[in-house]
Design a protein around this ligand. Structure first.
Ligand SMILES: [Zn+2]
Length: 408
């Protein structure tokens, strides 16, 4: 049984890497194709060359990083690396709760540290070369340290509670753990903007001026409160622009990047905001949350069942069932199912984007949204011709071409 599980794990890892490489290859081939006429005004020939160069640079870099991590993970699984780390941790700590936490902590930090050179190169070489980067080495280090602190407190805390529940009651673990995770994610959905975002960015209420006046006019028509609109200092890290909707109920907010302000006209920003209000009006955050609930229940049910099996630990070179080795084996064996669910969530998310676009169009913002989306893509040197299969697997938003066509 353990032997079979081991083989399945290796097959899944190789198949997943193969699939991702195929999709990336198709995407690169597609990017060189001739543009449809509605997209030709986005880049002038010189800028289009620059975009192609940026896209290819990123694709090559993605190939390098994913191959590197694939090899590391494969070696760890194939040569019992995880049971070796387990043995190392057990030399110092033998506790049903703390051994798994330290085990995952060691893996998290080891993984993070070996990926630092890649992140550094991406930020200070690639993004820098194409004029996007605003991160200083000091900010890079500071962000890393804050990220570690957050993982220690939040990740460590939630892991502690989950494992502790398992030691109390393996039988009802799945139900209780699910309840804890659901409550935690509800809390994070509500308070993410107030607790997490301020650690990294400054959010300020929309200031007086033409933009505020125009937004006020629009907000009055739709009943969206103006004090839920914030401007974030995205320019601290990148020149790329964005906007998003987050939160639930009274904690909802629309966040506009300050980088939008100098790239778009007032009407285009209102159009982007109208799109975000569309997400709110159609209750997309709530629907996403409600869909995730039964899915996580199923996940924990399967997980609770597998936690007691010795074979899962043995597949990674262990001897008897242990929370962390079983969890690790489970995470790989479950990944084909989560791949299918991720695709389903992306299909739904793309549907939501069309709904939000249609909402903006209903208020007469279709032309401004079209030109606004074009500018957003142009300023981030976005890829105009992704491969349909790549879109199907990975895109949470429809392509620019699809959105513009639908808005016409
Ligand atoms: Zn959207």
């Amino acid at each position: 049984m353990a032997q079979l599980l081991f083989i399945i794990i290796i097959v899944i890892l190789v198949a997943d890497f193969g699939l991702e490489r195929c999709l990336a290859y198709l995407n690169i081939k597609q990017s060189g194709k001739e543009l449809p006429s509605v997209l030709r005004d986005i880049y002038d020939p010189e800028k289009y060359l620059r975009q192609q160069n940026y896209f290819r640079t990123n694709s090559r870099f993605g190939m390098l990083t994913s191959s590197f991590s694939f090899i590391v993970v494969l070696i760890m699984f194939a040569f019992g690396g995880f049971s070796w780390v387990d043995g190392l941790v057990q030399q110092y700590i033998q506790s049903p709760v703390w051994t798994p936490i330290i085990f995952f902590g060691v893996l998290y930090f080891a993984n993070d540290i070996i990926s630092i050179p890649f992140e550094w190169y991406d930020t200070f070489v690639i993004e820098q070369k194409f004029g996007f980067n605003k991160v200083t080495p000091k900010l890079f280090v500071l962000d890393k340290l804050k990220g570690y602190g957050m993982t220690l407190v939040l990740g460590g805390g939630i892991l502690f509670v989950i494992i502790w529940i398992y030691t109390l009651t393996p039988t009802y673990f799945w139900l209780l753990a699910w309840a804890v995770i659901t409550a935690f994610s509800l809390f994070m959905t509500m308070f993410y903007s107030q607790i997490i975002v301020p650690l990294f960015n400054k959010q300020t209420p929309l200031g007086e001026g033409e933009l505020r006046t125009e937004i006020e006019k629009f907000a009055a028509k739709t009943g969206f409160k103006l004090d839920n609109i914030f401007v974030i200092d995205g320019s601290k890290r990148s020149t790329k622009a964005n906007a998003y909707f987050s939160g639930l109920g009274s904690k909802k907010r629309i966040v506009l990047y300050d980088t939008l302000m100098d790239k778009m006209t007032v009407q285009e920003i209102v159009a982007v905001l109208a799109h975000e209000v569309g997400h709110y009006k159609h209750k997309h955050t709530l629907i996403n949350f409600l869909i995730t609930m039964p899915y996580t229940l199923l996940l924990f049910f399967a997980f609770g069942f597998i936690l007691q099996s010795d074979a899962f630990a043995q597949a990674l070179g262990g001897t008897v069932a242990s929370f962390h080795l079983n969890a690790l084996a489970f995470s790989i064996l479950y990944s084909p199912i989560s791949l299918v669910l991720d695709i389903a969530m992306n299909v739904l998310s793309r549907k939501f984007e069309y709904q939000a676009d249609a909402f903006a169009a209903r208020y007469g913002y279709a032309p401004e949204l079209q030109s606004g989306l074009k500018k957003l893509t142009a300023t981030s040197l976005g890829n105009l011709m992704p491969h349909p299969l790549y879109v199907f697997f990975h895109y949470s938003h429809p392509t620019l071409y699809q959105r513009i066509t639908k808005l016409s």
